[in-house]
Design a protein around this ligand. Structure first.
Ligand code: XMP
Length: 513
């Protein structure tokens, strides 16, 4: 089926993929392409609309990105954002001014007034906060244009030529700080471009599968499957695309949560891919014996993981493609360009040095975390995997304070499983961003039955966070905590005390080690 299509013309702005994401949220298919894309190629795309992104340069500079002006003659609606709006003005004969001491440069939250007769602002409040970030400003409009929004400093907060369906905003409607930004983009897509919103994650899955087939052809691919949502979704997608020409290596280091290794295996063993589960628990425990220092634990696990992966990969021999579950925030965090290669296996500490492959494939590179989950659901991936919380590469090793033994792993797995089950039963599992149990190295005195006990203290941790860089402890209701505590002390041996961690990050971190 041919979908309605919108082009996001990339002028080098930092929010370009965010614009793409917003368009997808409106169920409209979009592609991001360079401003250098030949206009004939753009014409052939049969577009419903074009969005010009922001960009770091000044439009009047020689070397600033400029699209072929023929783009204005395609008869396709255009929305220019920030630099994109300035390029629209400049390209059609208007003027852009440079900032000086009393110029209209604005940064951050700005009150803006909208003309709600404009299609772009139809149905919206007349005044709200927008996110501005510009040094240059629109000085003189091209013929046929008018202002449709203004702020205190900026008479041309938004501009338009409704006859030609050209619109521009000096602010960024795609960022959350712009209060009505999502609806403005919706107005552009539906009211200006006449889109109906015919695109879904199911269609994304279809397109991505087709593209992977074309790219990989008859070649072989290798994926390090951690069981985390990203690599699991990448696996499912690849399984659909190339089936038996994909090999997944799942290194089970024995430090997964209760039943997790089996759940991962169950989800992939019959999916048509070559699935290799390496049960390396004993090997990891041996290496970790007597080690209490957190960094040392991490290092040992990272290195051992690579060794196991290498040994298995060697058995497979040369592969053409190495698949990575890199998602867009990873790409942003590491800087664009070659970043994804550096980021590879950030979970396990680095890329195996010898693995012999031609090219890296990153099928999720343009998606955000929640979109990856939606894609996983569309692909029919097990809910448990789709909604898995972040889980550190070193696993339970960094949730067992002090040295690690098989018994302690078992105690923690059982206690953690109860905590997770009760959080799910209280329907809090999608609200708390990460929650887990930690086996402290501390023992204290208790009384059970009529006898004295001297057993471990278990700590529960639950945090709310969006970026995992800072976090607040979750206000889990006391009755839920009470139930968890009761069940753990009664059902899990060697725990006689349960505490709840009420520190935020900073000063603490989310994990205890
Ligand atoms: P911290 O403890 O630094 O954790 O506040 C922030 C987030 O990162 C996760 N985390 C890891 N993830 N490999 C990972 O892939 C690791 O080694 C690792 N250590 C911590 C942690 O679970 C939290 O979500």
């Amino acid at each position: 089926m041919q979908h309605e299509k919108v082009l996001i013309l990339d002028f080098g702005g930092q929010y370009n993929q965010l614009i793409a994401r917003r368009v997808r949220e409106h169920n409209v298919y979009c592609e991001v392409k360079s401003y250098k894309t030949p206009v004939e190629e753009i014409r052939a795309m049969d577009l419903k609309g074009i969005i010009f992104t922001g960009g770091p340069k000044s439009v009047y500079l020689e070397d600033s990105p400029k699209a072929d002006k023929e783009i204005f003659n395609l008869g396709v609606p255009i929305l220019g954002i920030c630099y994109g709006a300035q390029f629209l003005v400049y390209g059609l004969g208007g003027e852009i001014g440079a900032a000086d001491k009393d110029s209209a440069a604005e940064f951050g939250r700005t009150d803006c007034n909208f003309d709600t007769k404009s299609l772009l602002f139809k149905g919206l409040k007349k005044k709200s906060v927008v996110w501005m970030s510009h040094n240059d400003y629109i000085k003189k409009l091209p013929d046929g244009f008018r202002s449709s929004a203004h702020s205190e400093k900026c008479p041309f907060g938004a501009i338009e030529n409704p006859e030609r369906k050209f619109y521009g905003t000096q602010f960024h409607p795609e960022v959350n700080h712009t209060e009505q930004g999502f609806d403005m983009l919706g107005n552009f897509l539906f009211k200006v471009c006449g889109c109906k919103g015919d695109w879904t994650m199911e269609s994304y899955a279809e397109t991505a599968t087709r593209e992977l087939r074309e790219k990989i052809g008859g070649g072989k691919a290798l994926l390090a499957l951690s069981g985390g949502v990203d690599s699991s979704v990448a696996c499912k997608l690849l399984a659909n695309a190339i089936g038996g020409r994909l090999t997944c290596i799942f290194v089970d280091h024995g430090l997964m949560r209760k039943n997790e290794g089996d759940e991962v295996e169950a989800a992939f063993a019959d999916s048509g891919v070559n699935f290799v589960r390496v049960n390396a628990g004993e090997r990891f425990l041996k290496k970790l014996k007597g080690v209490s220092e957190p960094e040392k634990k991490r290092k040992i696990i990272g290195e051992e993981f690579i060794r196991v992966f290498e040994e298995e990969a060697k058995k497979i021999g040369k592969v053409d493609f190495l698949v990575q579950g890199t998602i867009y925030p990873d790409v942003i965090e590491s800087g664009l360009g070659d970043a994804a290669v550096i980021k590879s296996h950030h979970n396990v500490g680095g890329l195996p040095s010898y693995v012999d492959f031609k090219e890296i494939v990153e099928p999720l590179r343009l998606l955000f975390k929640d979109e990856v989950r939606a894609l996983g659901t569309a692909l029919g991936l097990d809910e448990k995997l789709v909604w898995r919380q972040p889980f550190p590469g070193p696993g339970l090793a960094i949730r067992i304070i002090g040295d690690i033994t098989e018994d302690k792993v078992k105690i923690l797995q059982d206690a953690d499983a109860i905590f997770r089950a009760e959080i799910a039963a209280a329907k809090l599992d999608r609200d708390i961003n990460q929650y887990f149990a930690v086996l402290t190295d501390m023992r204290s005195v208790g009384v059970m039955g009529d006898g004295r006990t001297y057993d471990y203290t278990l700590a529960l941790r639950g945090v709310s966070t969006t970026d995992f860089m800072t976090a607040d402890f979750s206000r889990i209701p006391y009755d839920v905590l009470e139930k968890v505590s009761n069940r753990i002390v009664n059902e899990v041996g060697n725990i006689n005390r349960v505490v709840y961690d009420i520190t935020s990050k900073p000063p603490a971190t989310i994990e205890w080690e």
